[in-house]
Design a protein around this ligand. Structure first.
Ligand SMILES: C[S@@+](CC[C@H](N)C(=O)[O-])C[C@H]1O[C@@H](n2cnc3c(N)ncnc32)[C@H](O)[C@@H]1O
Length: 221
């Protein structure tokens, strides 16, 4: 199990943790919940999608999953969520930052989490919601092809977590997107944008509300 600190409150009142392994926070201290909604859910158009198929690189604390599940439930939309996580925290850490979350799929996920990390995989359903977490290094794993309506690229920063920001891996992510799908990431690094463009995506910087930082959105025609 990966090591993490005790939860800290971010600017919008939502909680996050500090990763001892990477020396970075799991989410923006300018607002973990706001980052999840603005950069991932809304920038990919997932908040409007009737049946989103989301591929996430870095499940972490499950915040983006909870944000996406809440949005789907409010709208009566279906959701299929596939995430990769190489260094899972214990279920107790995920529960710590998700205090108050009572969705049955989240509760089931927490209940199955620790055994799933040992088995290498977790796959759960509740009604029209499906979640699968692969406990593996995404950069060495087989990814689905032309499947995702959205990709949440949410590893740690390119300097600390280089294997998921290489031109090769970004090209594989582009291949995982279905036509019309969108990848979003909190990084606005020029090298990442150029790799996404080289992979055939229309990658643009967008001005964010969270800490006023720019981020990248890349659309597959
Ligand atoms: C910034 S955190 C993700 C936060 C998360 N998306 C959330 O909503 O809570 C980055 C995550 O990526 C994971 N990670 C780093 N390298 C990875 C890799 N090669 N494959 C899969 N996961 C990786 C880390 O262990 C960490 O949990």
């Amino acid at each position: 199990m990966a090591e993490a600190s005790t939860a800290e409150r971010t600017s919008d009142g939502t909680l996050t943790l500090f990763s001892e392994r990477y020396g970075e926070w799991y989410s923006s201290m300018h607002g973990a919940g706001a980052q999840s909604r603005t950069v991932f859910l809304e920038a990919t158009g997932t908040h409007l999608h009737p049946f989103a198929q989301v591929l996430e690189i870095g499940f972490g604390l499950g915040l983006n999953f909870r944000t996406t599940l809440t949005s789907a439930e409010k709208r009566g939309a279906a959701l299929s969520y596939l995430a990769y996580e190489a260094f899972p925290l214990a279920a107790s850490a995920l529960a710590q930052v998700a205090a108050g979350e009572t969705h049955p799929l989240w509760t089931a996920l927490l209940g199955a989490w620790d055994a799933g990390t040992k088995a290498g995989q977790l796959h759960l359903w509740h009604g029209q919601y499906e979640v699968r977490v692969e406990f593996a290094d995404a950069s060495a794993a087989p990814l689905p092809r032309q499947w995702a309506s959205a990709i949440y690229l949410d590893g740690f920063s390119p300097t600390k977590n280089p294997e998921i920001w290489t031109p090769d891996f970004l090209a594989r992510l582009a291949d995982s997107l279905a036509a019309g799908g969108t990848l979003a990431t909190y990084s606005a690094a020029g090298a990442v944008r150029r790799s996404l463009l080289a992979a055939g995506l229309a990658a643009k910087r967008r001005r964010g509300l969270v800490g006023k930082r720019e981020f990248l959105v890349a659309h597959k025609p």
